[in-house]
Design a protein around this ligand. Structure first.
Ligand SMILES: NC(=O)c1ccc[n+]([C@@H]2O[C@H](COP(=O)([O-])OP(=O)(O)OC[C@H]3O[C@@H](n4cnc5c(N)ncnc54)[C@H](O)[C@@H]3O)[C@@H](O)[C@H]2O)c1
Length: 355
């Protein structure tokens, strides 16, 4: 099996590449433009050295280059993870989100369609284009209810709207042209190698050095957390067992208010990290800030369909997984320190909103 992965130097893509090279005999072609979000050192040197791994620094919107790569490498599937992925950045400026998530995805679909049409009958039948998306396309929940595969789309941030557009495009290429597309929608991921601009690493790194821990609003917004390795298992289950035209939702059944996540990080850092002068507990670093504009209140996922259709189930307990993740960041400063250079732990999302 040979799979072309887009965004393989990002958080989830790199977890997927590490898994495929270490745990399977599959070959991987990793297409990544290397934006600010890419951290190539998330892929250890033995991956680079593997004969089953190939890296191509390309923009998914560069149709001629993607067409040439597909024709040369002859993958059996495409797993599309490349995206602009940070909600706060999409509020500061939506243009890169439209360029990559919408235009880039449509161009990748076109290139994939041309390639797929030229495959032999058997390979065409088996081919899959797996489009990786988010629960944020469904909008915001109140106190009750969960999203599922049939929930109507109601994206509310520029990021969510761009991902929603990309989901619609992927399904349209399936319905209109017959490309065997699968769409997956997943809740918030956490785990090692996540870019320090995202909530959990941001709080770990700021808490470690004793910086203020900025929490939006009262911290009551609820997210469901899935360990990145459980997401990777879901993506591979969808690729191998999912139906063309199918949608599969993944979630960790681990709903928590943002404040509770930050407090858990503070408590673990107090146990494991060196004490801070003049700071009795890291919870005292928490600072409530003006809420994120348009902040969705709650996300939660009903994953019964994926469990039944794919035999997939999350294996990691969130509290244990969070502790492991904090310990990973404590032990891997050499990975995250260089990534901090571009102001990764600054608060974003306020420029366009005028807040
Ligand atoms: N992180 C989450 O919690 C989460 C949850 C659900 C779904 N998703 C989706 O999963 C996918 C991966 O998310 P992530 O958190 O790993 O993202 P990430 O921001 O960590 O990584 C994205 C990667 O895509 C690459 N990329 C961006 N634009 C590109 C382009 N035009 N051409 C080629 N490569 C490009 C970047 O260089 C980077 O390596 C995204 O599609 C995201 O919407 C993420």
């Amino acid at each position: 099996m040979k799979v072309l992965i887009t965004g393989g130097c990002g958080f989830i893509g790199s977890a997927l590449v590490r898994h495929l090279i270490a745990k399977t005999d599959w070959s991987v072609v990793n297409v990544d433009k290397l934006t600010y979000a890419a951290v190539p050192s998330s892929l250890p040197a033995d991956i680079d050295a593997s004969t089953r791994y190939r890296f191509a620094r390309l923009d998914i919107a560069d149709t001629p280059a993607i067409e040439a790569l597909l024709s040369e490498t002859q993958p059996d599937a495409i797993m599309h993870l490349a995206a602009e992925s940070h909600v706060d950045r999409s509020i500061d400026g939506a243009a890169p989100f439209i360029d990559t998530n919408v235009v880039g995805t449509s161009r990748l679909l076109d290139a994939a369609l041309g390639y797929w049409r030229d495959l032999s009958d058997g390979r065409r039948e088996a081919f899959r284009f797996l489009h990786v998306s988010t629960d944020e396309v469904f909008g915001s929940l109140g106190l009750v209810g969960r999203f599922r595969e049939t929930t109507a789309y109601a994206p509310r941030s520029p990021y969510a709207a761009s991902k929603a557009a990309s989901d619609h495009l992927a399904r349209a290429w399936g319905h209109t042209f017959g490309l065997p597309v699968i769409v997956t929608n997943c809740t918030n991921n956490y785990g090692p190698y996540q870019h320090p601009e995202k909530l959990i690493p941001l709080m770990i790194i700021r808490g470690l050095v004793g910086e203020e821990l900025p929490v939006y609003g009262s911290g009551a917004n609820v997210r469901d957390w899935l360990h990145v390795d459980d997401h990777v298992a879901g993506l591979l289950a969808a690729l191998e067992h999912g139906k063309a035209g199918g949608t599969y939702c993944f979630g960790g059944n681990a709903e928590l208010a943002n404040l509770a996540v930050v407090e858990a990080i503070c408590d673990r850092l107090d146990e494991r990290a060196p004490p801070l002068t003049g700071v009795e507990t890291r919870r005292s670093l928490i600072a409530f800030k003006t809420d994120r504009p348009g902040h969705d209140q709650r996300y939660a996922m009903d994953t019964r369909h994926s469990k039944k259709a794919l035999g997939w189930t999350p294996t990691r307990d969130f509290r244990a997984g969070l502790t492991e993740t904090i310990d990973w960041y404590l032990a891997n400063e050499a990975w995250w320190r260089p990534v901090l250079a571009d102001g990764a732990t600054d608060r974003r999302g306020l420029r366009q909103a005028g807040a």
